[in-house]
Design a protein around this ligand. Structure first.
Ligand SMILES: [Zn+2]
Length: 461
């Protein structure tokens, strides 16, 4: 679909690197502009850091280094003397040395920055367009520094709320889970992750929020002068999303006829198709252009398809494949009766509206389409969320394309055994629902002790 709709091309001859085409870039810019707005509105400033990180910085935080070491690209030519550089896999180790220079005292805190850039991972496993990349080209990473743990954890909650808003806007359903200790971001105190479910039943991590404590500030010596004259280390957080959100948006809402893009971020929100029969051709075209003018006045992204060598039927399929939310047909009868015909991409339902009410009718349809896409996607996710009290049962359900919650005592050794025996991946413990009522009478399937939480299992991308 992404190739046929001329959105993205995966035929580029470098493994794990792909090409965004103009239609895809428009979609991407619309997605980016919303996350940018959320970040700017909550006091984050945009920065742009170099793609190179000195090896000396990168290797400072031991756990971070150990986990990323085999995933980084090294620069081996064009350097001078002892200089050793890597291509950033994420930017904590580039940003901290600069935070050290920028942060003096408590009035400099909190410090909140973000950038949307390329990061690089030397993936040796199978790469997958938009999902598993060597060049992640739409990495939105935010980095913050705070005076206290409390303030940093407040920031973590703010980031989680921001991501909820962001995914709601894109009509993407999600689970929010605390990643288990053995699967948190290297160098983090804890990691909160957003996962969604793809049509094949596998889950995809689409956003993460990390509380980094003083782990990075201690090794990079980022300190500040407190109000009462003491010197303390800052507490930091980082949180990121990538083009995986676009992969999700397309996979979750698409159908057998192609893409179905939510109107908020659709590069073209409405396509106007004049039915150009011989004697009414000029009038239909004229009317189509007038409508286009009206829609543009109302800031609706629209185009007229006036190609003469294509039939209306051919055009319908063409724009359905591209996922344009609404099609506007103008036939001879519509012009006579001062009406227009609107067709929804998500349900293919047809509506008639009077010409004067076109803009209102369209805006109403846009919100109805978004509501429907969001509800359908959430219905699918919820239908795939299961509870299993036995591990073999959990394994079977995961294999069938479900996300399965298993009662868990909370001990790492039991969690690892559950993961191993269920032969599946782990998402973590739910942060998006009240657990105590669910686990009261349940027991950990490994040690038999009373469960105090649930462990989410799935097949992850
Ligand atoms: Zn246990």
């Amino acid at each position: 679909m992404i190739l046929e709709s001329e959105l993205y091309d995966y035929r580029y001859p470098v493994k794990g690197c792909y090409v965004w085409r103009p239609y895809g870039m428009k979609l991407r810019r619309l997605v980016e502009s919303y996350i940018r707005k959320l970040l700017e509105d909550s006091g984050h400033g945009e920065v742009l850091f170099p793609v190179f990180i000195p090896h000396e910085f990168f290797s400072k935080e031991a756990e971070h280094f150990r986990n990323f070491e085999n995933e980084v690209f090294w620069v081996t030519k064009g350097l001078h003397g002892e200089e050793r550089l890597i291509l950033r896999p994420t930017s904590e180790t580039a940003i901290m040395p600069m935070f050290r220079l920028w942060i003096r005292d408590h009035t400099d805190l909190p410090l909140k920055v973000y950038q949307i850039v390329s990061v690089f991972r030397a993936e040796t496993k199978t790469t997958h367009p938009m999902i598993r990349l060597r060049e992640i080209s739409m990495f939105k990473e935010a980095h913050t520094a705070h005076a206290t743990r409390d303030d940093a954890e407040r920031q973590v909650r703010e980031a989680v709320e921001m991501y909820r808003k962001f995914f709601d806007y894109l009509c993407i359903p999600y689970l929010v889970s605390m990643r288990p200790d053995w699967d948190k971001f290297p160098g983090a105190v804890y990691t909160i992750a957003f996962d969604t479910i793809m049509p094949d039943g596998k889950t995809l991590q689409i956003g993460t929020v990390h509380y980094l404590g003083e782990n990075f500030s201690r090794v990079f010596d980022v300190k500040f002068l407190t109000q009462d004259g003491k010197i303390e280390y800052v507490h930091t957080t980082s949180y990121g999303i990538s083009e995986r959100v676009i992969a999700t948006l397309l996979a979750v809402h698409g159908d057998d006829r192609g893409l179905c893009i939510p109107p908020h971020v659709a590069p073209i929100q409405a396509v106007i198709i004049p039915i150009m029969y011989k004697d009414v051709k000029e009038r239909a075209l004229q009317e189509a252009r007038k409508i286009l003018e009206d829609l543009r006045q109302a800031s609706i992204r629209a185009v007229v398809d006036d190609r003469e060598d294509k039939t209306p039927g051919w055009k319908y399929y063409y724009w359905e494949l591209k996922g344009v939310p609404v099609r506007i047909e103008i036939g001879p009868r519509d012009i006579e009766e001062k009406k227009i015909t609107l067709v929804r991409r998500d349900t293919f339902e047809k509506y008639e509206a009077s010409r004067d009410e076109l803009v209102d009718a369209l805006l109403y349809l846009f919100s109805e389409i978004e509501k429907n896409l969001r509800e359908e996607a959430w219905r699918f996710l919820n239908s795939r969320l299961k509870l299993a009290s036995r591990v073999d049962e959990a394994h079977k359900l995961v294999e069938e394309g479900n996300i399965v919650e298993v009662p868990w005592c909370g001990k790492n050794e039991c969690g690892l055994k559950i993961q191993e025996r269920a032969n599946s991946d782990v998402l973590g413990t739910p942060l998006d629902k009240e657990i105590s009522g669910i686990v009261t009478d349940l027991r950990c399937p490994v040690c038999g002790e009373r469960a105090n939480t649930l462990l989410r299992l799935a097949n992850r991308y």
